[in-house]
Design a protein around this ligand. Structure first.
Ligand code: G6P
Length: 601
């Protein structure tokens, strides 16, 4: 969480930083701030609320400078307020910092400094970094940073300015993302590529425990032992447009609409790389697969469990990463642990990966953000080709994760001798058809929009399905609640009568997903049970003859094999959630209390 950006160069830092913060707002948006070096001191503007509150303040009281740092916050320690916003400056007004992460021993450090007469202005853990830096500073900022980082426990990506070196921006990374961008007019640090893509596509990815010193005309890198490092920049191939709304009212809608393309790209990129990687990996050495992830990525793993188990006849467990890391998991060198993550930076998923590795498991990741921690540390990484995803609620990255998981499952099944080459080819061909079918569904956007507009008044919306339809119902429910704030739960159709059915009444909508032919009559009985208790039903099904009446609406999905049907159901579920939220006037790209990249526990 939290987004940081910094600039040193020939141009005015303020508009560059504010524009960068707009691109980072998905990381947190309860307050924002900026500090620039000007007139022998720091000029600072910090403001609780969305970034536009800071912009208004900057219009009234403009700041100028060629060196600056900015921050958009997702509060962890201390409520969202002006004073708790970053940047934080030490009490001697000498060192300013922005921080993404958590300082776990901040209380001890704060007490240590308070005993020595330092007084603190905020309730944050981050302020301790600025105060400690001033306390240790003897004139050389690199030495100071090394000393400070040696005392910090926890995770941090930091942007730092020091009055003694007014042409220097210094940054550090440990367990939180940080990149360095270089351009002709100046150099940047940022939490993520979109923040600087307007200025440069030349990027250095920092590894953990690396420090960078940026000046107008150059960038240097050091480790925590002050050894200089040689690093090679990478060229980002995303276009600047991919991080812009492109005429859509929200990033979420734009990203939903991009899905046919990103699915095609992901299928094209992944098929060969999966085959290649599998040549190196003897999958018969494994006796179990554990998929672990958070949020929607967990739901993608839940879908994949059905696919892998059906095709491979191989036990697959799916675990929330936040549970897996602390449960003393039963994994060893005979376990393949699959990590699914859009950002590659989710703290719990990283910790789960490290726990799995420490126990000897082999790790395979499916990640969207190139160069992220999970991509780098896992034994094998497959990238989804979703491009930058900005809306907090994931859509296109989820769809890309699903196709990679399908492709992997087919390859595994083939190598385990559970699938003939012929059947594997048929399934692969079916995957290749999915993007066109998604396109067909997206062309029905008006019907879904109209239906969603009639659903704004529901207090509760339940999602039910059986087998793989249950797995995708979980994602439908999550999507709806995160952006529309309507209470929602997903249930396996057969479980309804064990509790949830008592909540069904007139003001309830049940979205039933029914693509498994074998189970169709069963889910239809569940539908009848809820209709007879007053619920309205939206049925998503590729079964053409499904009934439509006063109680039940039907959205027909294109046919495909049931194992891949989640890729089609989810499109309707995303559009449905989007339009319910849009009709409620919700802040769709930045839902309350959420952040896209959850880099804290
Ligand atoms: C947040 C996002 C979700 C995402 C989850 C996991 O909660 O809002 O959309 O699914 O984090 O993130 P990851 O980057 O690991 O996929």
């Amino acid at each position: 969480m939290c987004g940081i950006i910094g600039y040193v160069g020939a141009q005015d830092a303020v508009p560059i930083i504010v524009d960068g913060l707009k691109k980072l707002e998905y990381r947190g948006y309860d307050s924002a701030g900026i500090a620039v070096y000007a007139n022998d001191g720091f000029s600072v503007a910090k403001q609780e609320g969305r970034l536009n509150a800071l912009e208004t303040r900057l219009e009234e009281q403009p700041l100028f400078g060629h060196l600056g740092i900015g921050h958009t916050r997702w509060a962890t320690h201390g409520e969202p307020s002006d004073v708790n916003s970053h940047p934080h400056i030490g009490s001697q007004n000498k060192i300013a910092i922005v921080h993404n992460g958590i300082i776990e021993n901040y209380k001890q450090l704060k007490e240590y400094l308070e005993r020595r007469g330092v007084s603190f202005a905020s309730q944050t853990d981050s302020e301790v970094i600025a105060q400690l830096a001033e306390y240790y500073h003897r004139g050389n900022i690199l030495d100071t940073v090394i000393k400070v980082t040696g005392r910090l426990e926890g995770s941090f990506a930091l942007g730092i300015m020091c009055l003694d070196e007014p042409e220097t921006l210094i940054a550090v990374k440990k367990d939180n993302p940080l990149i360095v961008g270089v351009s002709e007019h100046g150099n940047f640090i940022a939490s993520d590529v979109p923040a600087i893509l307007k200025h440069t596509n030349k990027v250095y990815y920092l590894n953990d425990k690396e420090i960078t010193i940026l000046r107008k005309d150059g960038v240097r890198f050091f480790d925590f032992d002050k050894e200089e490092l040689q690093k090679t920049p990478e060229t980002i191939t995303w276009s600047f447009d991919s991080a812009e709304k492109g005429g859509y009212p929200h990033f979420m809608l734009k990203e939903i609409m991009e899905q046919p393309k990103i699915m095609r790209d992901t299928i094209n990129n992944t098929s060969a790389s999966v085959r290649e990687a599998m040549n190196e990996l003897d999958i018969t050495q494994f006796n179990k697969i554990v998929i672990t992830a958070c949020g929607s990525a967990y739901n993608a793993g839940f879908v994949a469990k059905y696919v892998f188990e059906r095709l491979c006849r191989f036990p697959v467990e799916v675990e929330l990463a936040s549970e897996f890391r602390y449960k003393d998991p039963i994994v060893d060198e005979r376990t393949l642990v699959i990590l699914v993550s859009q950002s590659g930076e989710t703290a719990d998923t990283i910790a789960a990966m490290r726990e799995a590795k420490a126990r000897g498991a082999h790790t395979l990741s499916i990640v969207n953000v190139v160069g992220s921690a999970i991509a780098k540390e896992s034994d094998i990484c497959f990238y989804t080709a979703a491009g930058p995803e900005i809306a907090v609620a994931t859509t296109k990255a989820f769809s890309a994760q699903l196709v990679v998981l399908y492709i992997l499952a087919i390859e595994f099944a083939l190598r385990l001798g559970k699938l003939t080459a012929d059947d594997s080819d048929k399934l692969t061909a079916e995957i290749a058809l999915l993007p066109d079918k998604v396109e067909t569904l997206l062309s029905q956007v008006d019907t879904i929009q109209k239906y969603a507009a009639s659903c704004v008044g529901y207090k509760s919306i339940f999602f039910i399905g059986r087998n793989i339809d249950y797995a995708i119902a979980m994602e439908g429910s999550l999507k709806l609640k995160e952006i529309s704030y309507i209470h929602s739960e997903a249930y396996a159709g057969g479980e309804l009568k064990h509790g949830t059915i008592s909540l069904i009444e007139e003001e309830t909508l049940v979205v039933a997903i029914a693509n498994c032919e074998r189970l169709y009559p069963k889910i239809i009985s569940n539908v009848e049970q809820v209709i007879s208790r007053g619920a309205k039903v939206l049925l998503l099904s590729n079964f053409e003859n499904a009934e439509q009446n006063d109680h039940q609406s039907h959205i027909l999905l294109p046919p495909t094999v049931d194992l891949f049907s989640p890729s089609l159901s989810v499109i309707v579920l995303q559009l449905f959630s989007y339009y319910v939220a849009a009709n409620k006037g919700a802040d769709i790209d930045k839902p309350r209390n959420l952040a896209k990249s959850v880099t804290v526990e």
